[in-house]
Design a protein around this ligand. Structure first.
Ligand SMILES: *[C@@H]1O[C@H](CO)[C@@H](O)[C@H](O)[C@H]1NC(C)=O
Ligand SMILES: *[C@@H]1O[C@H](CO)[C@@H](O)[C@H](O)[C@H]1NC(C)=O
Ligand SMILES: *[C@@H]1O[C@H](CO)[C@@H](O)[C@H](O)[C@H]1NC(C)=O
Ligand SMILES: CC(=O)N[C@H]1CO[C@H](CO)[C@@H](O)[C@@H]1O
Length: 661
C-alpha cells in the first residue's frame, strides 16, 4: 500500500518532487525564515556555496519527513514548533519592565517577563539578542510571622532571635512564599488593639492576641510562628495547599499548637471579635486562672475563646514546629536555652537551635534526593574547568549537616534516616542530564565561545575555524541526549531545557549556574538552608572548637570520573583552566567593545553559529539574575524589619544593582 503523506495532519495530495528538490526547498525556506527572525547574518555566518551543496547532498537539515514526524510528537505541555511566519509584519520592541536588568562583567543582563517565553528564540520577541524572555514571575504567597523582642532584652539575644527568623524566612522563600515579619506596629493598626491594651492581660496571652491583630490588619492569609518551618518536598500536599492562597475555612493544624493558622481576612476579624468580646475577658483579674488554662490548650487563647472552635487540619505533615515542648526533646539545645542566669549561655542555646533547624532542613533535602547529587558534565573529556563551582556546591550539599545533635530527626518526621558519614549520599558526575525526581542535578551552562574554546582546545576561535571544523550546539545536544534521544532538533531541545530551568509550578530538581561566573550567591535562599561552610579535618566527625557543641563532618571527596571517559592528565586540565581564563577575558572585552569591533564580531560569530547553545546560556543566566534581583529587592524592602540579614548580623546583602561578577 502506498504511504499516505501528511503535513501537519493534513493529507498531502500533491506528488512530492524528487528528494533533492525537497531539501533545497526546505533549505531556502529555513534560510528566509532565519533572515527574518535573526536579522541579516554577518558575512561570517553566511553559509558558503560548499555548505549549501553539502546540505543538499548530505543533509543535517530537517527534511520534510522530519517535519512531519516531529511536529505531532511534541507532548502537550510544550508548544508546537513555530511555523516560520515570514509574512507577518515585524513587532515593536516590547517595553522595558521594572527591575528587569542586572549587571555582570559579561555585560548587562536583561530580561522580559512574558507568556510567550516558550518561543525557542527570545530575540524574535524582544528584538534584542541580549534580552531573554522569561516566564512571568510567579506571585509569591505571603506568609506572616509575628515577632516582638521582650522588653529590656539584651541586644545579643535579639540578634540571635533575628538569626532564627532569618532561617525561617529563607526556608519559606525557597518554598515559593513571601515571608513577612510583623510586629506591634501592624498590631496597633487593628481597631481592636486599644481595647486589648486596656485589659491588663498576662504578657504571653496579650502577645498571642496581638499576633492575631497584626494578622487581621494584613487581611488574613497564613500566620506562622517563626519556629514553624516547611520540611518537606515542594509538592507536599500541605505546602502546595498553602501556596494556592485559597483558605475556605479559618483553620489550624493538628498537633502544631498555634504554630500555623490560615484563613481569609473576614474570618480572622470575626474570630478576633469573638475573642475580645468573650465574657472571660470582661474581668481579667478574676478570670486570670481560667484564661491561663485556655491559653495553654492546643491552638492558643484566641482559638479557645471561640464558641465553636476553628477547623483543624489533620493531614499536615510538611511543617516542623519547634515549640517549647518539642525543643525540650533536643536536650543539648534546651539545656543551654533554658539558662536564665547567663545570657551568653542562653544565646548559645539560640544559636544551637538555629543550627539544629538548619541541619533538619538540610537533612530533609538529603532525604528527598535519595539518589544524591549529580554534576552534569556534557562532553566530559574537555569540560573539567567548567565544573569547579558546581562540584564545590555538590560536595557541601552531600556533606552531613553540621549540627549539635547528629542523630536527631525533624519534629515532623520522627523516623527519618540521620546522615551517616560512612554511607554518604551518592555524588557523581554524569555526562548528560537525567530526568529523575530523586536526583538533584547541578550544571554549569557555558557560553558557546567558552565551550568551543575548551572542546576544540583553541585559545582563539575564528570564523574560518567555525565554518571548516566546528559542530553546532554541541553542549545542548550532549546535555539532552539521554532524556530526549538523538531524534530531536535544536528548537525542541531549547524548549525542553527552558522548562527544566524555569520549572514553573513544579518542583525544581536542578540548579543551572553560568559557567563563567566565579562566585555564587543566594544559594541558601534557593535551597532554604545554609550549606556547611566548614568540615572535619580528618575522616571522623569533630567540633570546630574545644567548647563548641557543634559537630561537623568530613567533606565528601571529589566525585569519581565518569566511567568510560579517560581521566585527563593534570597538564591538560591546567591548559583547560588557562583557556577558560582567556575565554572569560574575551567575553568581557567583547562586551565592552563597540558593535563593529573585531572581538565583538568574533564572539557574535560563535553565538550565531551556535544559536541554541547561546539561547540556553542567555536564558539560564537571565533566569538566575532575575531570581537574585527578586530576592535582593525583597531584602531591601524588608531590611528595616526583624529577620532581615542586616538585623541578624549576617553579611549585609548589598545593593542589588551593584556591579556583580
Ligand atoms: C547557666 O550557665 C552557666 C554557665 O554556662 C552555668 O554555670 C549555670 O549552672 C547554668 N545555670 C543553669 C540553671 O543551668
Ligand atoms: C520526566 O519525568 C516526569 C516524571 O517522571 C515525566 O512526567 C516526564 O514525561 C519526563 N520527561 C521526559 C522528557 O522524559
Ligand atoms: C563549601 O565548603 C567549603 C569548606 O568545607 C567552603 O570553603 C566553601 O565556601 C563552601 N562552598 C559553598 C558553595 O558553600
Ligand atoms: C532599583 C530599581 O530600579 N528599583 C525599581 C524596581 O521597580 C519599582 C517599581 O517599578 C521601582 O519603584 C524601583 O525604583
Amino acid at each position: 500500500m502506498p504511504v499516505q503523506r501528511t503535513l501537519l495532519g493534513q493529507p498531502l495530495a500533491l506528488r512530492m518532487p524528487p528528494r533533492r528538490f525537497q531539501l533545497l526547498f526546505v533549505f531556502v525556506l529555513l534560510f528566509t525564515a532565519s533572515l527574518y527572525a535573526f536579522g541579516t547574518p554577518s558575512p561570517d555566518s553566511l553559509p558558503t556555496y560548499e555548505q549549501v551543496k553539502d546540505a543538499v547532498k548530505d543533509p543535517h537539515l530537517p527534511d520534510l519527513s522530519d517535519l512531519k514526524d516531529h511536529i505531532p510528537k511534541l507532548p502537550t505541555e510544550l508548544p508546537s514548533l513555530p511555523v516560520p511566519d515570514v509574512f507577518k509584519p515585524p513587532a515593536h520592541t516590547p517595553p522595558e519592565q521594572a527591575n528587569s536588568t542586572a549587571y555582570s562583567s559579561y555585560g548587562v543582563i536583561k530580561w522580559y517577563n512574558d507568556f510567550k517565553w516558550k518561543n525557542p528564540f527570545s530575540r524574535k520577541i524582544t528584538l534584542d539578542e541580549n534580552r531573554a524572555v522569561l516566564p512571568p514571575l510567579t506571585q509569591r504567597t505571603p506568609i506572616y510571622a509575628y515577632y516582638e523582642p521582650k522588653p529590656k532584652q539584651k541586644k545579643e539575644v535579639t540578634e540571635a532571635e533575628n538569626r532564627l527568623i532569618l532561617a525561617w524566612r529563607k526556608a519559606w522563600w525557597a518554598q515559593g512564599f513571601q515571608p513577612v515579619v510583623l510586629s506591634h506596629k501592624e498590631a496597633a493598626k487593628n481597631p481592636q488593639y486599644e481595647l486589648i491594651q486596656r485589659m491588663k492581660l498576662d504578657p504571653t496571652v496579650e502577645l498571642e492576641i496581638e499576633r492575631w491583630c497584626a494578622w487581621g490588619h494584613m487581611g488574613g492569609g497564613i500566620l506562622a510562628n517563626y519556629l514553624a518551618l516547611p520540611m518537606a518536598q515542594y509538592d507536599n500536599a500541605m505546602i502546595s495547599f498553602l501556596r494556592r492562597k485559597e483558605y475556605p475555612k479559618l483553620s489550624r493544624v493538628e498537633s502544631l499548637q498555634n504554630g500555623i493558622f490560615f484563613g481569609e481576612g473576614a474570618a480572622v476579624d470575626e474570630a478576633l471579635q469573638q475573642a475580645v468580646n468573650h465574657e472571660l475577658l470582661r474581668d481579667t483579674t478574676t478570670n486570670k486562672d481560667k484564661i491561663a488554662k485556655l491559653a495553654v490548650k492546643e491552638g492558643g487563647i484566641v482559638v479557645n475563646l471561640q464558641p465553636a472552635g476553628i477547623t483543624v487540619d489533620k493531614k499536615a505533615n510538611g511543617i516542623a514546629y519547634y515549640n517549647k515542648e518539642v525543643i525540650n526533646k533536643y536536650k543539648t539545645v534546651s539545656e543551654k536555652l533554658d539558662n536564665n542566669t547567663h545570657v551568653t549561655t542562653h544565646v548559645e542555646g539560640l544559636n544551637l537551635l538555629a543550627e539544629l533547624i538548619n541541619s533538619h532542613l538540610h537533612l530533609t533535602f538529603q532525604e528527598i534526593y535519595s539518589d544524591g547529587v549529580a554534576i552534569v558534565k556534557p562532553l566530559p573529556e574537555h569540560t573539567t574547568a567548567l565544573t569547579y563551582g558546581a562540584i564545590d556546591i555538590g560536595r557541601n550539599l552531600t556533606q552531613c549537616p553540621s549540627t549539635p545533635m547528629p542523630k536527631s530527626c525533624p519534629p515532623n518526621r520522627q523516623n527519618c534516616k540521620p546522615c551517616d558519614p560512612n554511607k554518604p549520599l551518592p555524588f557523581k558526575l554524569t555526562p548528560a542530564y537525567k530526568n529523575t525526581s530523586s536526583l538533584y542535578s547541578i550544571g554549569a551552562v557555558p557560553h558557546p565561545y567558552t565551550l568551543t574554546s575548551l572542546y576544540y582546545m583553541r585559545e582563539d576561535v575564528t570564523a574560518e575555524f567555525l565554518r571548516k571544523d566546528a559542530q553546532r550546539n554541541l553542549w545542548l545536544t550532549a546535555l539532552t541526549k539521554d532524556v530526549l534521544g538523538p531524534n530531536h532538533g535544536d528548537l525542541y531541545r531549547v524548549l525542553y531545557f527552558k522548562e527544566e530551568v524555569a520549572a514553573l509550578r513544579k518542583p525544581s530538581h536542578s540548579l543551572w549556574l553560568t559557567a563563567e561566573r566565579t562566585t555564587q550567591t543566594d544559594l541558601e535562599w534557593i535551597f532554604g538552608f545554609n550549606l556547611p561552610k566548614s568540615a572535619s579535618h580528618n575522616s571522623e566527625p569533630s567540633s570546630p572548637s574545644k567548647d563548641s557543641e557543634l559537630i561537623i563532618f568530613p567533606r565528601p571527596k571529589e566525585p569519581s570520573p565518569i566511567e568510560g571517559v579517560e581521566v585527563q592528565e593534570e597538564r591538560w586540565i591546567r591548559a583547560e583552566d588557562e583557556r577558560m581564563k582567556i575565554a572569560r577575558e574575551t567575553l568581557t572585552k567583547a562586551n565592552k567593545a563597540k558593535e563593529e569591533d573585531p572581538i565583538r564580531q568574533k564572539v557574535k560569530g560563535v553565538e550565531d553559529w551556535n544559536m541554541a547553545d547561546s539561547e540556553v546560556w542567555r536564558f539560564a543566566r537571565a533566569f538566575s539574575a532575575r531570581r537574585r534581583v527578586e530576592r535582593e529587592l525583597w531584602e531591601e524592602h524588608e531590611k528595616k524589619y526583624s529577620g532581615s540579614e542586616a538585623r541578624a548580623g549576617v553579611r549585609a546583602g548589598g545593593k542589588w544593582w551593584g556591579n556583580r561578577k
